[in-house]
Design a protein around this ligand. Structure first.
Ligand code: GLU
Length: 505
């Protein structure tokens, strides 16, 4: 068998959609599973759609995700350059080859002429197509005399090179996910392959590069399936062996109604891009998984399962496990709905199993944003106390601020529900009891407080929650005596006194 070589071939037209990240991930998994190579090729032939910063964004996104390329832009390799604009001089000869062999032709029609044809067809409720039935009446090297063609080329008249589909030919794409997909050439437009500005179109560059880079499998989004018959024909025209094709199902909106678009994410409350993106023209900011506090491992696991599953109930899979379990035949044909709750669940799970030191780095960054500096061991202890409540990294602050700074406000609803007349007096007694436990011991203090609460027939829920409100500012957080142990008895006293002053002066 030919060596497995796959590529991810984004166009730098903006930030990378998570659908693209999933495509790259599946390519990576397939390559690694088969001891193959995974390439990054930048397809920037359409200069009009070039967006500054997009290429750097793509590279940074994969660095963050921990998905490594073996060859490509930013890495190099024996098949470079890997950026199509840098390969520009090599495409012309392939376009010429197709002209020579009769698989392509020059077309000189101006955009205005083509537009007029389109309008004409529309008026008759038809769609204009450049094909076997219309070529003769248009301005191209098939309809003009040899001399006229020569003369136009000599004079530098603008032209494009179009692919010449044979009429009425059934073209079959063998797709590893969809099986055989057949379409008749009469339904296809003679696509432009090359423009006289010296740039190939996506189709020509893509095929030439896949062939010369020895790509064995083309794994890409379903939106490219309509282009696949042309690609199959191009391989045939060049006399090259076509790679295997696999067109991945679309990523759908959570309700299943349509493709997950770039606009959906921030509207529906989740990112559609791996990293935050600032549009260089409009300045508009789109949120990213990284900045929203997702761990890359969670994003990978979640994305892997959007359109594929291992055939078992297993859900938690790191990259190595995914490499072992992945298989193209378990990719579904139908679109995969994005599931925000599931994404949240995965992130929560990965926070629970994250390496302590790694999570600590995240936590310390969050603390720094709030100008809090604390000793590493203390931060680590707090982190382990609260992480089960955290779904996204920024929530570390909401869940832990009171371990670092005293509350300045008290949740009015919790106060209304829990703080009864006389609570202040009891809390004062309780801190005296706690203070009397020397040296402080969580369990001893707890038992003594329980004796006090029971001895005075207090409402346990109300009084303990009032104590909590004084320390935390709200009725939340881990076990109360854990909090006391962490912040210390003196700080506990101060907070209780302050709460009394504010709530029950
Ligand atoms: N440049 C295309 C894109 O932006 C690549 C499609 C393909 O993989 O063939 O998605």
């Amino acid at each position: 068998m030919k060596k497995v070589r796959v590529r991810f071939a984004p166009s730098p037209t903006g930030p990378l959609h998570i659908g693209g990240v999933r495509t790259a991930l599946y390519n990576y998994l397939f390559a690694k599973q088969n001891g193959g190579d995974f390439l990054l090729r930048i397809e920037d032939t359409d200069q009009t759609r070039f967006v500054p910063g997009a290429e750097e964004y793509i590279i940074e996104a994969f660095q963050w995700l921990g998905i490594q390329f073996d060859e490509g832009v930013g890495i190099g390799g024996p098949f470079g350059p890997y950026k199509q604009s840098e390969r520009k001089p090599m495409y012309k000869k392939y376009a010429d080859q197709l002209i020579e062999t009769g698989w392509a032709y020059y077309a000189f029609d101006t955009p205005e002429e083509l537009d007029a044809r389109r309008k004409e067809a529309e008026a008759q409720k038809k769609t204009f197509q450049y094909d076997a039935t219309t070529r003769d009446g248009l301005c191209n090297s098939l309809s003009l005399s040899k001399e006229e063609v020569e003369q136009r080329l000599q004079s530098g008249a603008p032209y494009v090179i179009r692919f010449k589909y044979p009429a009425n030919l059934d073209i079959t794409v063998h797709d590893l996910i969809r099986g055989e997909v057949t379409i008749n050439s009469n339904l296809l437009d003679d696509k432009v392959l090359y423009k006289s500005d010296g740039m190939p179109t996506y189709h020509l560059a893509n095929i030439v590069d896949d062939h010369t880079m020895e790509i064995s499998h083309v794994i890409r989004g379903e939106e490219w399936l309509p282009s696949a018959p042309l690609h199959v024909m191009l391989y045939k025209a060049f006399g090259w062996e076509a790679p295997n094709f696999a067109h991945l199902p679309l990523l759908l909106k959570p309700d299943g109604n349509g493709k997950l678009s770039k606009r959906d994410g921030d509207r529906l409350g989740f990112p559609v891009f791996p990293l935050q993106w600032k549009d260089p023209k409009s300045g508009e900011i789109s949120s990213g998984y990284r900045e929203s506090g997702y761990l890359p491992e969670a994003v990978i696991n979640m994305l892997a399962l959007l359109g594929w599953n291992p055939g078992t109930e297993q859900e938690m899979m790191d990259l190595d496990t995914l490499v072992k379990l992945f298989s193209i035949d378990k990719i579904s044909k139908s679109g995969a709905k994005f599931d925000l709750e599931k994404a949240k669940w995965f992130n929560h799970q990965y926070i629970q199993i994250a390496d302590d030191n790694l999570l600590l780095q995240h936590f310390e960054k969050v603390l720094a944003l709030h100008n809090v500096k604390a000793e590493g061991e203390y931060v680590k202890m707090v982190m382990n106390m609260i992480k089960e409540r955290v779904h996204f990294i920024p929530e570390f602050w909401e869940q832990s601020s009171y371990f670092f700074v005293a509350p300045t406000e008290y949740d009015p609803q919790a106060v209304k529900k829990r703080w009864k007349p006389g609570t202040a007096g009891h809390l004062c007694k309780m801190i005296e009891i706690i203070d009397s436990v020397q040296p402080f011991d969580k369990q001893v203090a707890h038992d003594k407080i329980m004796d006090y609460v029971q001895g005075n027939e207090l409402n346990m829920g109300a009084i303990m929650n009032s104590f909590r409100i004084a320390l935390v500012g709200a009725a939340k957080g881990p076990e109360l005596f854990e909090i006391i142990a962490a912040i210390g008895v003196d700080e506990t006293k101060n907070r209780v006194q302050k709460a009394i002053q504010v709530i029950e002066p």
